[in-house]
Design a protein around this ligand. Structure first.
Ligand code: AMP
Length: 279
């Protein structure tokens, strides 16, 4: 499989003409999860652009911007294999030239809790870069993983609020055979941590099982917490059962209710989520 063409300057972006362009925004180091987004986009659009950009704006001080894994050659092959038409790979200086001074910010509780609380400024960085990618690439549709569930809701919010005219398509979480959600950051896990990292998935499953068995949200949550406690080297940031759009904690089940989890192993921070009450 030949790798696809890589475009790095906005001036070189081809116009879409009459065709539909699907966009898959990524930070690169592609895996099967990204490939699922690309396949979905290829099935639904005339052309698929995969953006590969490790966005400095969405990393906080002390986070892994410098060490985030990068391998553009491999990304180009994997993108081609999944059906991408070309890759957009701008430099940070191209995206944020001297004098750049604008932030796209979604206000309110959606961005204040969970990831927003642990990663101040993170969603501002996401909203700003995705808005720029939409304006540069003019996609008809853009594909986002439910893996980053809160991010998906934030993207939906500013896309609607700012009339960006892009259809946001959610794609379910793609997992390793043992249930660990696929992530570029999984390569940081040590061989000892790797099998134990399924604890996030197992906690989410326990919540779903409890819910299906008739437990109220608080009781189901306790079942998930008990699972997390079996792996003491995993330090949870949060485990919660939330409304699927507002991400507000719930006390009674609502259709599409989600369990969300995040926390840290010594080497890496992981997040995951699952629908625990059917729509
Ligand atoms: P990232 O490169 O981590 O910024 O991810 C780029 C896109 O791929 C985001 O929309 C993610 O939600 C999505 N993604 C990452 N991992 C997965 C996964 N395991 N399953 C589904 N989508 C994913």
């Amino acid at each position: 499989m030949r790798a696809v063409r890589i475009i790095s300057e906005p001036a070189e972006i081809p116009s879409t003409g009459q065709g539909s362009r699907g966009l898959v925004p990524t930070m690169g180091y592609l895996h099967e999860g990204h490939q699922e987004l690309i396949r979905r986009a290829a099935a639904e659009n005339d052309e698929v652009v995969v953006s590969v950009f490790v966005n400095p704006l969405q990393f906080g001080p002390g986070e892994d911007y410098q060490t985030y894994p990068r391998d553009l050659e491999r990304d180009a092959r994997m993108a081609a294999e999944a059906g991408a038409s070309w890759i957009y790979h701008p430099s940070p200086e191209t995206m944020y030239p001297a004098g750049f001074a604008t932030t796209v910010r979604v206000g309110g509780p959606l961005t204040e809790r969970w990831e927003g609380e642990r990663r101040p400024g993170h969603f501002d960085g996401v909203a700003t870069v995705v808005t720029k990618l939409f304006n540069q690439l003019r996609p008809r549709r853009a594909y986002f993983g439910e893996k980053d569930y809160q991010q998906l809701q934030v993207v939906r919010r500013f896309t609607a609020d700012l009339d960006l005219g892009v259809e946001i398509v959610p794609v379910p979480v793609v997992r390793e055979p043992d249930g660990l959600a696929r992530s570029s950051r999984n390569v940081y896990l040590t061989p000892e941590e790797r099998p134990r990292a399924t604890v996030l998935y197992r906690a989410l499953l326990a919540i779903r099982e409890a819910a299906r068995g008739g437990a109220a949200p608080a009781k189901a949550l306790a079942a998930g917490e008990a699972v997390l406690a079996t792996v003491p080297e995993f330090v949870p940031d949060y485990l919660a059962v939330v409304h699927p759009e507002t991400l507000e904690p719930i006390t009674d089940w609502v259709p599409g209710a989600r369990a969300i989890v995040a926390g840290r192993f010594p080497t890496v921070r992981l997040i995951d989520n699952m629908e625990v009450w059917d729509r």
